[in-house]
Design a protein around this ligand. Structure first.
Ligand SMILES: [Fe+2]
Ligand SMILES: [Fe+2]
Length: 297
């Protein structure tokens, strides 16, 4: 069956296959479901976050380890979850707990072997870090943690295709001839009727992520911003993705990242100089991103 190229199937049948497969993907662990539920709940507060995390001793200890790492650069030792919530804020602790949970859940499983999960998670963490910095600088402070989560999960569709459509994805990537470029999305579209951004959106919807995060993940490699999606957020995702690839934190080492689009700079109202500042920011954060991953893997 796998020798039969899927692009020969009728497109809607192919798309239907993705939907049915995603239905089969196990739901998140009860703990991760609770953490995701905390994003949606406007009433969630520091106490709710501590309550959910503290029920899991291994998560609690990892949260504290990362909270004490160079990534957050806190001068004094943070020795309890309550303290971490006070010092870093409950939104930040919530996205930290979510990062730990997702990295743990999606680090194993069947793989095509075409790219390493480690590289993909480091890429995701780097995009999350840069998009959050952009949000803080360019008027989206209130959304900065939600944008961090978008960055963290923006390429989760790749993991779904890699893990649940292993042979076909291998074929698609071989046909694209590389791991990251427009041709990967073209190959995904030919084989699956959609690209990994859209696959990610379907999965995150199923897991009850807020609509804004789902829609933004679908825009990972798209430029026509639909109504209801914030164009500045899309621009931030595109820019963060390119900057991390430039910094050698893409899924593959040997890639030539695309140029940052003028339309994305315009959507944020930023200049080339500001992009230089972001490059410097990422180069400084790089080591601590590796440390973050090393601590939670
Ligand atoms: Fe992507
Ligand atoms: Fe990416």
């Amino acid at each position: 069956m796998y020798n039969q190229p899927f692009r020969k199937m009728e497109n809607n049948k192919v798309v239907q296959r993705i939907y049915s497969k995603i239905e089969e993907i196990p739901t998140l662990s009860p703990l991760l479901q609770k953490i995701v539920g905390l994003i949606e709940s406007r009433k969630a507060d520091a106490h709710d976050v501590t309550e959910v995390i503290s029920h899991d001793p291994s998560l609690t200890s990892k949260v504290l380890k990362v909270a004490n790492s160079a990534y957050y650069g806190f001068p004094k030792k943070i020795d309890s979850l309550d303290r971490a919530v006070v010092l870093l804020g409950f939104n930040m602790i919530r996205s930290l707990a979510m990062s730990i949970g997702f990295i743990k859940t999606f680090s194993s499983g069947k793989k095509s072997g075409r790219f390493s999960r480690e590289r993909l998670w480091i890429h995701n963490l780097a995009v999350a870090t840069v998009i959050k910095e952009l949000a803080m600088k360019y008027g989206r402070q209130d959304e900065s943690e939600s944008l961090f989560i978008t960055g963290l999960l923006h390429d989760i569709g790749k993991m779904v295709l890699d893990q649940f459509f292993t042979e076909e994805y291998q074929q698609a990537l071989d046909e694209a001839g590389c791991l990251e470029s427009a041709s990967v999305c073209d190959a995904e579209n030919r084989f699956f009727g959609m690209d990994h951004g859209e696959v990610g959106k379907i999965l995150l919807k199923r897991w009850n992520f807020p609509a804004a995060i789902c829609s933004l993940v679908a825009m990972d490699h798209k430029t026509d911003v639909p109504e209801g999606v914030n164009a500045a957020d899309v621009a931030m995702l595109h820019i963060a993705d390119i900057l991390t690839k430039e910094a050698g934190m893409g899924v593959s080492e040997s890639i030539t990242p695309s140029e940052i689009r003028k339309a994305d700079l315009d959507a944020l109202g930023i200049s080339g100089n500001e992009i230089e500042d972001l490059r410097a920011f990422l180069s400084e954060a790089k080591e601590s991103i590796y440390e973050f991953y090393g601590t939670v893997r």
